[in-house]
Design a protein around this ligand. Structure first.
Ligand SMILES: [Zn+2]
Length: 474
């Protein structure tokens, strides 16, 4: 009995519909191919009965829980004793032996950058995210008009796209490092004027990029806070110590910490990055400051392993996830690796040691109480949209984080930096119905986050295998 699956999805009742022709054109062509609507009008009820539920607030797996969804909302998520009356025509899903997880949120992606060079548009890869259980994504630097179009497309197609939160372009020096998605900002006094424009695009995140000077960076942080925007940084010229002192909310990539904890006397030694003593005073002081100020760090280990340091090792190069992206993107990845000079960092042994140091630093940040985000930097080379999230979860566990902490970071903490914690990030009454139903317990082994039977996004039941068919192969 346990482990058996009873998924009973109702057929659309023809008699309820004013126009059969409309149904054939609009519903069959879209939902029947990919998802079954569960009540866009807010009338249809879906129930997952007697499942295990991951509570992202406490980091625990609660047994024998029932989840009731009406339209796109969760209206009940608790024990079986107080379940509200369920309409007779509700979709009932047998959750016995299954594990419900809040929809994953990828805190670092691009929906234009890299794709543009490969002649792929953001909408083409969006179904990959949902197929992997990533129900929301945070752009961290894209051309704002194109990114807004991708976000609007995603909002119009919740049955095969995740929710997309947009970001400013990469605010950088002149000329910007990435000319496709960068914006030169050199005069701190003109920052408010720039924000007047950005605010009209309804962005969620502001991103400082590597060429930015401290005076401009400080002006961007102050203006972001005046307008209630989360400001994050991929650092270069502006040091982590200065950016953190100036009040930046988040740091992107483990480099934005690692590069600022190397004592000057060791930088000239070859292979020094892989042999760095992370218990040095510079590192201890920065980590303590990050923890004290609650500055978020988004390590994005996937991009460092898969693109920067170890793109040529077989377990990365031949990873089955890579085969899921359109051929145009897959064939562009080696071109982009060459263009960006990857792999970086010397011999294979040096590069492996350096990556191990990034993981060691990630573990140290966690133990010190620094809030960690979970992002991937998809679709950089060999960082497959959606599926790289599972690789990132694994690497975070290998860095010393408990699986429950990793899952809380990938759901509730990521929702918090989007200022969406009232709507996303946990399975509780009043929140949006973004839920993964797994067949295996991710607290026993984090790789079990891949055992996805169903993805429920915005109340719509989606099947991963059908979603993958939406991604162009060429
Ligand atoms: Zn990025």
């Amino acid at each position: 009995m346990s482990g058996s699956s009873r998924i009973n999805i109702p057929r659309i009742r023809w008699s309820d519909c004013a126009s059969r022709r409309f149904l054939i054109a609009a519903v069959v062509a879209t939902y029947f191919m990919v998802c079954h609507a569960t009540g866009q009008a807010g009338e249809t009820t879906v129930v997952i009965e007697c499942c295990n539920l991951f509570d992202s607030a406490s980091g625990t797996m609660l047994p024998e829980q029932t989840i009731v969804m009406s339209g796109s909302q969760i209206i009940y998520a608790a024990g079986i004793d107080d379940v509200p009356d369920i309409p007779a025509d509700a979709t009932r899903i047998d959750g016995r032996g299954k594990f419900a997880l809040p929809g994953l949120i990828d805190a670092h992606v691009h929906v234009v950058h890299v794709l543009d060079f490969a002649h792929v548009t953001g909408d083409e890869v969006l179904p990959l995210y949902l197929a992997a259980g990533v129900t929301s994504i945070r752009s961290t630097g894209d051309e704002v008009v194109a990114a807004t179009l991708v976000a609007r497309f995603a909002a119009a197609h919740p049955e095969f796209c995740p929710r997309v939160f947009t970001c400013s372009p990469l605010l950088d020096a002149d000329p910007p490092i990435h000319r496709d998605v960068g914006r030169a900002v050199t005069d701190p006094t003109r920052v408010p004027e720039l924000f007047d424009e950005l605010e009209r695009w309804n962005i969620t995140t502001v991103k400082i990029y590597a060429g930015t000077s401290r005076p401009v960076g400080r002006a961007i942080i102050e203006e972001s806070h005046r307008r209630g925007l989360f400001v994050t940084a991929h650092l270069g010229n502006y040091s982590a110590q200065d950016a953190v002192a100036d009040g930046v909310d988040g740091l992107e990539h483990i480099w934005s910490v690692f590069n600022y904890v190397i004592p000057p006397e060791v930088t000239s030694q070859s292979g020094h990055r892989g042999q760095l003593d992370l218990n040095n005073p510079l590192c201890d002081a920065l980590v303590a400051e990050l923890a004290q100020r609650r500055t978020c760090v988004d390590p994005t280990l996937a991009v460092f392993r898969n693109m920067i340091l170890l793109p040529d090792v077989p377990e990365v190069h031949d990873h089955p996830d890579n085969a899921l992206v359109p051929k145009r993107l897959r064939e562009f990845w080696p071109v982009y690796l060459q263009r960006t000079g990857c792999p970086q960092g010397g011999s294979l042994e040096d590069r492996r040691r350096e990556f191990a140091k990034y993981q060691e630093l990630t573990g140290k940040l966690y133990r010190a109480g620094v809030p960690l985000l979970v992002g991937t930097d998809s679709p950089e080379p060999q960082v497959t949209p959606g599926f790289a999230m599972h690789q990132e979860l694994e690497m975070l566990v290998a860095s010393g984080l408990p699986p429950a902490a990793v899952l809380t970071a990938a759901t509730l903490t990521n929702a918090t930096v989007l200022r969406e914690e009232a709507r996303l990030g946990s399975i509780s009454a009043g929140k949006t119905a973004d839920i993964l139903l797994l067949t295996r317990n991710p607290l026993d082994d984090i790789r079990h986050t891949r055992s996805i039977e169903l993805v429920i996004h915005h109340g719509l039941i989606c099947r991963p295998d059908e979603l993958l068919k939406k991604v162009p192969s060429e």
